[in-house]
Design a protein around this ligand. Structure first.
Ligand code: DAH
Length: 347
């Protein structure tokens, strides 16, 4: 090998090192010149065939060449590593001064607003607010409420039955039973939650909706207490001018029973009587059934001889009127265009 060749090799190698765009390419250059069968390594391997004089000179020359390539590789590697790090830092950079993306703020659902108003009114009157199971048994949803299996009232509330014989509660009246079994009189409670009916949906019927149930039991509780309480609720909901009207009605768990309506002074349109729900004096059969359940659970019979009233109402009806929502199906379709209108403070 001539000195010219060695010079050529050096120029080529240093150029290749300088031109390597990244670390893998640089590694390839290293292999090409200094690897086991690299160009410089091969030349070194040939030294043995040279006469001693020539060998020393050539050996020194090749060593200088190898060191020069190694030095260039080391330098280039440092540069490439810094560049790679800079690139990564730049790509991962987080500009904390950028303005944030606007996230749509949620709002209270109209049903939740009305339920919140209602429970607030009753809490201020000293009622306990409770919730209960949506999967219920026949005993608490029907039997103990004086609705035996053959009773036509069962047809009024078409039921979702589960395979194990339980059901999705058709009303929150189940909580009257549950509460009385575990609490002694006198008591004042309201219970709110979801109820389910197996029926075709339309603008005023959904298969799932909410109810608020109220129950007061003690000594000498009368129909006048019931009416006064509902009038107080109406004033809390619709202002001091609100009035309540009763119409005789029938529910198996109350006697006498009534439907009640509230006079709604609509500031935005036609004022009218708003049918809100049912109510009445707790039926003696219900109190007896509760005592039976208590006895079976090892508790004292304490309800027979007491008197009380109960009521149940649907908050969706109130929300539809209050907020001018024309179709109950809008409530649970979760369309953001509907719910978006209830952001912020809507009175
Ligand atoms: N549970 C009845 C229903 O869902 C509503 C009701 C009526 C509840 C009269 C009561 C009541 O507590 O006394 O239709």
């Amino acid at each position: 090998m001539s000195e010219v060749l060695s010079e050529t090799l050096r120029e080529e190698a240093l150029h290749a090192v300088g031109a390597a765009p990244d670390l893998p390419a640089l590694q390839a250059v290293k292999t090409r010149y200094l690897g086991k069968s690299g160009l410089v390594t091969k030349e070194l391997g040939r030294l043995g065939q040279l006469p001693p004089e020539e060998r020393r000179r050539r050996g020194a020359e090749l060593n200088v060449l190898r060191q020069a390539i190694e030095a260039a590789l080391t330098e280039r590697e440092a540069v490439l590593k810094r560049e790679a790090l800079d690139a990564r830092l730049a790509s991962e950079a987080l500009d904390v001064t950028l303005p944030g993306l606007p996230l749509p703020a949620g709002g209270l659902h109209p049903t939740g607003r009305v339920l919140g108003d209602l429970t607030g009114i009753f809490e201020r009157m000293g009622y306990e607010v409770v919730e209960g199971p949506e999967v219920e048994d026949e005993q608490h949803n029907f039997e103990a409420l004086n609705i035996p299996w053959y009773h036509p009232a069962r047809d009024l509330q078409d039921t979702f039955w589960l395979e194990d014989g339980r059901l999705l509660r058709t009303h929150t009246s189940n909580m009257q039973i549950r509460y009385m079994v575990t609490h002694d009189p006198p008591l004042k409670m309201v219970s709110r939650g979801k109820v389910y009916r197996y029926e075709a949906t339309d603008a005023t019927h959904e298969a799932m909706f909410h109810q608020l149930e109220g129950l007061v039991v003690g000594d000498g509780i009368s129909m006048a207490d019931l009416k006064g309480t509902l009038a107080e609720m109406a004033r809390g909901l619709f202002g001091p001018g609100a009035r309540v009207r009763f119409q005789p009605s029938y529910y198996p768990f109350v006697e006498p029973g009534a439907d009640f309506a509230v006079w709604w002074d609509n500031p935005r349109g036609e004022s009218k009587w708003l049918e809100l729900g049912g109510c009445g004096m707790v039926h003696p059969s219900v109190l007896r059934a509760v005592d039976d359940l208590r006895e079976a659970a090892g508790r004292e019979r304490v309800y027979e001889g007491k008197t009380g009233f109960a009521f149940g109402l649907g908050p969706e009806r109130i929300a539809m009127l209050k907020y001018g929502i024309p179709d109950i199906r809008y409530f649970y379709a979760n369309d953001p265009r509907v719910l978006g209108q209830f952001r912020g403070e809507l009175g």
